[in-house]
Every structure is written in C-alpha cells, then in structure tokens.
Design a protein around this ligand. Structure first.
Ligand SMILES: [Zn+2]
Ligand SMILES: [Zn+2]
Length: 146
C-alpha cells in the first residue's frame, strides 16, 4: 500500500488528440478532489474554471477518461456512482451523512489479510468498505447543515 505511487502527486499530460481546456479542467477537478465525486459535483467545480461547460460534455469527457483508464467509477452501497482517479491503490471511502460529501480514507481498518481463510473455509481475496459518519467540517459546524 505504502509503496504504491500516488497518481495525485503527478499531474500528467493526458494522452490523445486535443487537450482541450474543458478536458484538462475535468481531469484536474477529479485529481484534486478529497474523494470520489458525482457528475453534478464535477460539473459544478469545472464550471468555476471554465464557464459554460455543459453537463453533456462532462459525461462525455468522463467516459473518455474512463476508456483511457485515467479515471474509474466508484459505486457506493447506496447505488450512487462517483468518479475518482484510477490507480489510487487500496483505500476506503467515508460518507458524511451531514453534507453528503464522500472522502478518501487512507487507513484500512480490516484486519483480515489477503488470502486468509476465515470461518467456514472462505478464502478472502479482497474487500470493499464504506464508512459513514460526520466529516471534520461538519463536526465543527453542526448547525450549518440543518
Ligand atoms: Zn460533512
Ligand atoms: Zn481495506
């Protein structure tokens, strides 16, 4: 986990044809986020950088970035789809029930090692885990969220 290079730390030139401003803006929005983002969140943040960017462009660009394996979808247990950089390595997500933001958590609280055999003879190869609670900002200002 520790030796995994963090893709966040290396802004990379996107391969392919035209490096449009919209496209690199969307990639940067995803790269610099604190956790996986929904399409409306990506749209909103990209619009701050490039006015007039349409939601259809956001969807199309995310699809291209996924095809190029620069971005991947995260589907939360709620069924909500969010997007994050591909290749972030093993991590988990924390969903704030107050502001609805989702954050990356670097720590893994699961103590079952890979390929461990658990009760009943099940060989564990991987796990997914989403934690729920209140993020630091919402802990500090509980009134702001209602
Ligand atoms: Zn929060
Ligand atoms: Zn884990």
């Amino acid at each position: 986990m520790a030796e995994h290079p963090d893709p966040r730390s290396r802004p990379r030139r996107l391969p392919g044809q035209r490096q449009t401003r919209q496209r690199s803006t969307i990639y940067e929005v995803i790269r610099t986020a604190a956790g996986p983002l929904t399409v409306p969140e990506i749209h909103q943040r990209a619009q701050r950088e490039v006015g007039g960017i349409g939601i259809a462009t956001v969807y199309r660009t995310i699809n291209l970035l996924q095809e190029e394996e620069l971005v991947q979808a995260v589907i939360l247990p709620s069924g909500e789809t969010r997007y994050e950089l591909a290749g972030l390595g093993h991590h988990h997500h924390f969903s704030c029930r107050s502001c609805d933001e989702v954050f990356d958590l670097p720590a893994c609280p699961v103590e079952i090692p890979r390929n461990d055999v658990v009760e009943g003879g099940f060989v564990v190869e991987s796990h997914e885990l989403t934690l729920y609670g209140v993020c630091p900002a919402c802990v500090e200002t509980p009134a702001a969220s209602g």
